[in-house]
Design a protein around this ligand. Structure first.
Ligand code: SF4
Length: 456
């Protein structure tokens, strides 16, 4: 029997990966994706706990979905309403208490059990809660990735290699919602990489909450770090680009840094969150690195790969952050230079150590600091984009543009590039001439000759 599935995904790329795998798991039950909850037999909110008031936003969305569910019931139809991801994990029983009309609440490590959970809902007509942390079990039970609307699309794919985190940064909920660090065995990752290549994938992004703490079982009973794993992934025939995210500065070991100098397929772009440029604040955040240690890592990376560029995350107004601490952040930003960054005002997450600190920074101070920081970061991003004008850059074309005849792709530095090209160029790497730089994207043109259709 054919059924429709609507998944709304919040947050990071790991959630995007998880949502795709949920579609894979549900396909054998007859579920295919649809574009609106009104058309769906099952709705899943795959939630993220990182942003401010995340749980409240989910409850408000659930109120809206409950009306749709009630309308369906009024017409003699059914709709399974499920909440997955980090808010589900954090709220757990509280979610069933506040929203008893929700049928399934399950954490990030439980979605391989979806068929069984759905069966239990249908049989018992009650709600099911599954917020355990058996990470390996999930990867063992997941089906192979699938192609088409239900699975991987385009030439670029995410591949989760590591989950969870043991770092316990004072502001972060991840260790509580995703559990302890877990690395998948290397052999499984290589099999999945080959499968992705068979589906037309050329670029793979290795994902993990703390991806460079990867320490999965390799061959001969020896654990591999991320550097070694990347070397092996690069050997898979057909893989042309490799990326990884998100990384923790203190886990950038020598093997990984040298991989940047030696593996051509490893893109010269790294997301390496620093959070603050003040040692005092970094210590209060329970980060295991100082500002100078971060600078040294960047220097070592630049030594092996001179064209490497960085993006980062920043939190301003962490409890106790003084004017001098903020000035140190600005100093680091100006010294290192970032081609892209995510920056936020600190906001307390319930249950995290920093939420109960009594030296919270006033909202107006946070707002002012964020404005100053973002002004500098935006300037740096635009300057980098402008420096690309007049160059031919390798671009992996991975999706059609909004305008007819336009295709969009990404440079090694993740900048979106819009070009006019025939549709059959999708999935190839071309070298357009960059003509226009905007704040967040580039535009270029392609001489459509055999010479210009180079593969990087
Ligand atoms: S390392 Fe990252 S995921 Fe882990 S606690 Fe810190 S911010 Fe959260």
């Amino acid at each position: 029997m054919f059924k429709k599935l609507y998944i709304k995904t919040y947050g990071c790329q790991m959630n995007v990966y998880d949502s795709d795998r949920m579609k894979d798991v549900l396909k054998p039950l007859g579920y295919s994706p649809c574009d609106s909850p009104e058309d769906a037999d099952m709705v899943i909110l795959n939630t993220c706990h990182i942003r401010e008031k995340a749980a409240e936003k989910v409850y408000s969305e659930l109120g809206r979905l409950n009306k749709i569910k009630n309308n369906k019931i009024g017409q003699g139809l059914e709709m399974i309403l499920a909440v997955a991801g980090c808010v589900a994990q954090a709220e757990s029983e509280e979610m069933l208490r506040r929203a008893p009309f929700v049928d399934l609440v399950f954490g990030p490590q439980a979605y391989h059990n979806l068929p069984e959970m759905i069966a239990r809902v249908s049989r018992a007509k009650g709600s099911v809660l599954n917020t355990d942390f058996p990470t390996q079990a999930k990867f063992d039970y997941l089906p192979e990735v699938m192609v088409g609307k239900e699975g991987i699309e385009g030439a670029s794919a995410f591949l989760t290699i590591q989950e969870g985190c043991d770092k316990f940064c004072a502001f972060c909920v991840v260790p509580y919602t995703r559990g302890a660090e877990f690395s998948r065995p290397a052999a499984d990752i290589l099999v999945e990489t080959k499968r992705l290549v068979d589906l037309g994938v050329k670029e793979v992004t290795l994902l993990g909450q703390n991806v460079n703490s990867y320490h999965g079982m390799g061959t001969g009973g020896i654990e591999w770090g991320l550097g070694r794993l990347i070397r092996e992934v690069a050997e898979v025939d057909g893989i042309e680009r490799i990326r990884y995210m998100t990384s923790y500065p203190a886990d950038m070991d020598e093997e990984l840094i040298s991989a940047h100098g030696e593996i051509e397929a490893l893109m010269p772009f790294l997301h390496l969150p620093v959070q603050s440029g003040s040692d005092k604040v970094l210590k209060a955040m329970n980060r295991r690195h100082g500002a100078d240690q971060y600078r040294q890592i960047v220097e070592r990376l630049e030594k092996v790969r001179s064209d490497i560029a960085l993006s980062s995350d920043f939190i301003v107004g962490f409890p106790g952050e003084s004017d001098t601490d903020f000035e140190n952040t600005m100093k680091l930003v100006k010294e290192v230079g970032f081609i892209q960054a995510y920056s936020f005002k600190y906001s307390p997450r319930p249950g995290t150590p920093a939420a109960s600190l009594d030296n919270q920074v006033h909202e107006t101070v946070k707002t002012e600091r964020l404005k100053i920081l973002q002004h500098e970061l935006n300037k740096q991003q635009l300057a980098f984009n402008e420096s690309c004008v007049g160059r031919n850059m390798p671009v992996l074309l991975d999706r059609p543009g909004r305008i007819k005849g336009q295709i969009v792709g990404r440079t090694p530095y993740m900048q979106p590039v819009h070009i006019s090209a025939p549709e059959h160029f999708l999935g190839t790497i071309v070298h357009p001439y960059i003509e226009v730089a905007k704040a967040n994207s580039l535009a270029g043109s392609l001489q459509i000759t055999e010479q210009s259709k180079n593969v990087a």
